[in-house]
Design a protein around this ligand. Structure first.
Ligand code: CA
Ligand code: ZN
Length: 301
């Protein structure tokens, strides 16, 4: 198995990047990821806004996958996410949905033991996830900071990018150039105050290439559904983009006209909020396997 250490990071998904590791389809890699602050916050006395913001959202990589060409899909199976034994979370005036009501900044270092986050006497079962994961963007989209989600992935902050699930990215550049970071031990849909439980982690992945499949946005395959992960300048635009892509995928995979696929989306597909606090907002549309399996969907697009 390949290994990638946490000091090899990028802060921008560029159209052209120098890979730090080359893998063959079907191979596994263990990636060390940093928390979104690059571990700069170690005590509750620290003020979140006084850290070095040039070191925010490091993504470990990029990984070159042999055989991946523009127009293919990069398949990334998340085999395991092992998080550290403590994480950091915080609130900052002006940030998040209730930023206008937040009077003072707070930082909390939250212990993680026996599969639970321990906060104020509460025991919250953890559900580790990857906040930032993506590939090199297309020439049309151009370079994109790791803090911003878009068609190449990036800071999607989606709780279903978790162990046991598979993420599919449109390949824009030769080798795909995968990078990831910003794991959360636990996060609520929305990421309302702008932090999850931010943790360094060790992530085990298997990569593969599926030739000639046209998607515009990343997909997630879970045991129950396929999700289209789309972003936009606001939630309305994110829902528009997620719907547009969902209707297009269903009409191609199920050989339906636009209106029928649109109707099917309205009665059978669920629009769920991923995050509403990053520079673009993210929605995922959840297509249940009762409509079509992930495998069959991907086979037919
Ligand atoms: Ca994030
Ligand atoms: Zn994060």
């Amino acid at each position: 198995m390949h290994k990638l250490s946490g000091d090899k990071v990028i802060y921008t998904f560029r159209t052209e990047m120098e890979p730090v590791l080359t893998m063959k389809p079907g191979e596994e890699v263990q990636v060390e990821t940093n928390d979104c602050f690059y571990q700069q916050i170690q005590s509750e006395d620290q003020v979140m806004m006084e850290i070095d913001f040039d070191q925010i959202n490091p993504a470990t990589g990029p990984i070159y996958v042999e055989g991946a060409e523009p127009g293919d899909l990069l398949k990334v199976e998340i085999l395991e996410i092992k998080v550290a034994d403590k994480g950091v979370s915080g609130v900052v005036p002006g940030e998040g949905i209730l930023g206008d009501k937040t009077k003072k900044p707070i930082v909390r270092i939250i212990p993680i033991q026996d599969g639970h986050a321990h906060f104020k006497g509460l025991k919250l079962p953890i559900k580790p996830m990857i906040g930032v994961i993506g590939v090199a963007p297309s020439k049309d989209d151009g370079d994109c900071p790791t803090e911003t989600p878009w068609k190449h992935g990036g800071n999607m902050d989606t709780t279903d990018i978790a162990q046991g699930n598979t993420v599919y990215f449109p390949v824009n550049q030769k080798g795909a150039l995968l990078a990831l970071g910003d794991c959360h031990a636990i996060m609520g849909d929305g990421e309302i105050c702008f932090t999850g439980l931010e943790v360094p982690a060790r992530v085990r992945l298997r990569v593969d290439v599926i030739k000639d499949r046209k998607v515009n946005w990343p997909l997630i395959g879970t045991k129950d559904s396929t999700m289209v992960v789309a972003s936009g300048d606001d939630v309305d635009r994110a829902i528009y983009n997620a719907t547009d892509e969902t209707v297009d995928l269903l009409s191609r995979a199920l050989h339906m006209g636009f209106e029928e696929a649109y109707l099917l989306t309205s009665i059978g597909v669920h629009m769920r909020i991923s995050q509403v606090v990053d520079p673009r907002k993210t929605i995922r549309s959840e297509i249940p396997h009762s409509i079509i399996s992930t495998e069959k969907l991907i086979e037919n697009i």
